[in-house]
Design a protein around this ligand. Structure first.
Ligand code: ADP
Ligand code: MG
Length: 455
């Protein structure tokens, strides 16, 4: 029996059951090596790590594997060799005749400790939904500090912000031997800042962040309401910006929706280039799935991938999770995943509250009927008042009730641009806020759509 599949499944299940930090602390250092009979060999970085693991986590692993394989699995441990330093050691240098350039090819720069090496610009799939953001990142990677500074990237959860900001960091780190790249989630910036206040190490904190060449801060929306940290970031920003150092920020919402944010900080963050990430169309989602499948060594038929790409329309994280789920199922049971099996396995995912099965045309029908119009009127070119408002209402409701991106919604309204959809949404939002009767009308429409979708 090859235990590797069971090991992978063990990890994926434990990951969802354990605290994220604890999980990655323990299991990122533990590697599957081989198996023979019911013994599994794992490698560890040190004897200390192994003993710690035995004390606390071995039972957890044993139980999980017993549950999955139906038998008791024994463990053997081997120690991994420490990483070989990539820079030439001084000893080697001495043996080189003086004055001669080293003959070894230039060693690649060591992986960046804060950046996930799997996040690269090369494996970032580009579609209409993210091409602008992607090209900003590529330009910056070639000329950090000069191309676009600062770079403000926003988009909903699971749409690829962390991947892109880290890929940018990786590219700069590997292209420039000397540049110091620092990446951190905004939350860590808050925590570090607060503990520097507590421990009276403010100047060390300041030095740390004001002496970098590239500062990448992920999820900046987490700074909302954090007045003191905002102030500190403001000062850090000014110091770095003046020194022409590259700054990049991500946010889960557009700048104008960042509430409880100091105006002057916000105006700094957004004085450079701003780009957003939208949900990819299902065709692009399919390309993403294919790419991930190859890199993970998974095999699923095109028909199955297409089913997943079409039905998971929340974000890319959910898309990947759905693919992993069915492939793990197939591997465990050594069964080929047919469309039927995939459908059965993903039933709960497809029907989940965030994957509402509300179709665009249902919303269009409901809105058209309520205004004595036809769906064709809504999709058409006419721009009379009697049609424009209902059209905007329909766009708003689709964004409200489904996960379709503004680009996709635009397509369903006679190929309109996504900015038209954004404008419509904004307009209806404003109207709802200022006109109580209009709000009631919108609520009624929402109820009608939901009722019809359910029946
Ligand atoms: P966010 O930070 O916006 O919540 P992530 O960057 O964590 O989202 O992305 C979620 C998952 O989707 C990651 O595994 C990431 O690699 C993948 N992903 C997102 N966008 C792309 C893309 N354009 N190409 C390939 N993978 C992507
Ligand atoms: Mg993220």
């Amino acid at each position: 029996m090859n235990l590797q599949d069971f090991w992978n499944e063990t990890l994926s299940q434990l990951k969802s059951q354990m605290d994220e930090g604890e999980f990655s602390f323990v299991f990122s250092s533990l590697q599957y090596e081989s198996s023979s009979g019911s013994t599994m060999t794992l490698s560890v970085p040190s004897a200390f790590f192994r003993d710690q693991l035995k004390g606390k986590y071995l039972v957890v692993l044993e139980d999980k594997l017993l549950e999955l394989t139906g038998q008791k699995i024994e463990f053997a441990f081997t120690l991994r060799k420490p990483e070989i330093p990539t820079r030439a050691a001084p000893v080697e240098e001495k043996s080189e005749p003086k004055g001669e350039p080293p003959r070894l090819p230039k060693a690649p720069r060591k992986a960046h400790s804060q950046l996930n090496p799997d996040y690269t610009l090369q494996n970032y799939i580009v579609g209409k939904n993210n091409e602008f953001a992607y090209s900003c990142a590529v330009s910056i990677s070639k000329d950090p500090g000069n191309a676009y500074n600062p770079f403000f990237l926003y988009g909903g959860v699971g749409l690829g912000k962390t991947h892109l900001i880290q890929a940018l960091g990786n590219a700069i780190h590997h292209n420039n031997d000397k540049l110091v790249v620092t990446y951190l989630p905004a939350e860590s910036f808050v925590n570090e800042f607060l503990s520097s206040l507590q421990n009276k190490t403010q100047s060390a904190f300041k030095n740390k962040y004001r002496n970098v060449d590239v500062l990448l801060i992920d999820d900046i929306h987490d700074l909302q309401n954090k007045k003191d940290t905002q102030e500190e970031l403001f000062n850090t920003f000014n110091a770095l910006y003046e020194a022409k150092k590259q700054l990049v920020f991500t946010s889960d919402r557009p700048p104008q929706e960042l509430k409880a944010f100091a105006e002057r900080l916000l105006s700094r963050l957004t004085r450079g280039i701003i780009a957003d990430l939208q949900l990819p169309t299902w065709e692009t989602r399919l390309v993403i799935l294919r790419t991930k499948m190859v890199s993970k060594g998974i095999h699923l038929s095109d028909a199955v991938l297409e089913l997943v790409a079409k039905n998971v329309s929340t974000n890319i994280r959910d898309l990947e999770a759905a693919m992993n789920k069915i492939s793990a199922y197939g591997e465990l049971l050594k069964r080929e995943i047919t469309i039927d099996v995939a459908q059965e396995q993903l039933k709960s995912v497809f029907a989940g509250p965030s994957q509402q099965n509300i179709a665009i045309d249902l919303v269009q029908r409901v809105v058209a009927e309520a205004h004595n119009l036809s769906v064709q009127d809504l999709k058409g070119k006419k721009r009379t008042q009697a049609i424009t408002l209902p059209r905007q209402i329909a766009m708003f409701l689709i964004r409200e009730l489904t996960e379709y991106s503004t680009t996709e919604v635009g397509m369903e309204f006679g190929g309109r641009d996504h900015t038209t959809v954004m404008h419509a949404v904004q307009k209806i939002e404003d109207k709802v806020k200022t006109e109580p009767n209009f709000e009631i009308k919108i609520q009624n429409l929402i109820r009608t759509v939901r009722d019809r979708a359910g029946s």
